[in-house]
Design a protein around this ligand. Structure first.
Ligand SMILES: C[S@@+](CC[C@H](N)C(=O)[O-])C[C@H]1O[C@@H](n2cnc3c(N)ncnc32)[C@H](O)[C@@H]1O
Length: 201
């Protein structure tokens, strides 16, 4: 199966849908005040489907992912690189990365670009796979797991660099044990490490 087929399989499974629902709810709460939002590394548009009331533009470098995204939502999906965003400066009120920034070869350039296209005091949100979680470790023990493509396994470094451009708080979110999900902020159980803040003026 191709990456996209595998990804669709996961996102449409009962477990995958449950995860995506909770991730979308988190994004809804964090970005509800934002008029125009950019989703960087939008994949097959799972979040766009779940947040129909939001004005989101999805960008991804994969044509195959975008083709699938367009089937599920009539939002705008654009092909492009996180490190070279095809938008003018001060274009967005909010920007988010859902399990995407840690896969980028150059997250530093991506953060610079995020800051450029965000308006002053625009919201920044990065939901990063937590390498310290049992969930992550279980996946990376499997040879063919997509998680093995994560390029940055020290999210603290991403936080440090993000702090140049944004006020940043962090928290752990989304407990996963086997296929059960539960609320937690514990590092070893939370599947995601979240950075959230606002562009500095
Ligand atoms: C793990 S998937 C996450 C997709 C989506 N955010 C989600 O949570 O369902 C990572 C996505 O990042 C995209 N991606 C990787 N490198 C990229 C780049 N340089 N610019 C934009 N997107 C990129 C991939 O094509 C893929 O769709």
């Amino acid at each position: 199966m191709s990456d996209v087929e595998n990804f669709i399989d996961f996102c449409t499974s009962e477990f995958g849908r449950r995860l995506m629902d909770q991730e979308a709810e988190y994004i809804r709460k964090e970005l509800q005040s934002c008029k125009r939002i950019l989703d960087v590394g939008c994949g097959i548009g799972s979040i766009e489907q779940r947040l129909p009331e939001f004005n989101i533009t999805g960008i991804d470098s994969s044509d195959e992912m975008l083709q699938e995204a367009r089937k599920g939502s009539d939002k705008e999906f654009i092909r492009g690189d996180a490190g070279n965003l095809p938008f003018e400066e001060n274009s967005f009120d909010g920007i988010f990365y859902l399990t995407s920034i840690e896969f980028l070869p150059d997250y530093k350039k991506a953060l610079e670009e995020a800051s450029r296209v965000l308006k002053d005091r625009g919201k920044f949100l990065a939901m990063i796979l937590n390498p310290d979680s049992h969930y992550f470790k279980n996946h990376t023990n499997k040879k063919d797991s997509y998680f093995n493509r994560v390029k940055h396994r020290n999210p603290g470094e991403i936080k440090e660099l993000a702090s140049r451009y944004f006020t940043v708080d962090d928290e752990y979110f989304l407990g996963i044990r086997d296929e059960d999900t539960f609320p937690t902020h514990e590092k070893e159980y939370a599947a995601l490490y979240v950075l959230k803040g606002m562009k500095k003026e």
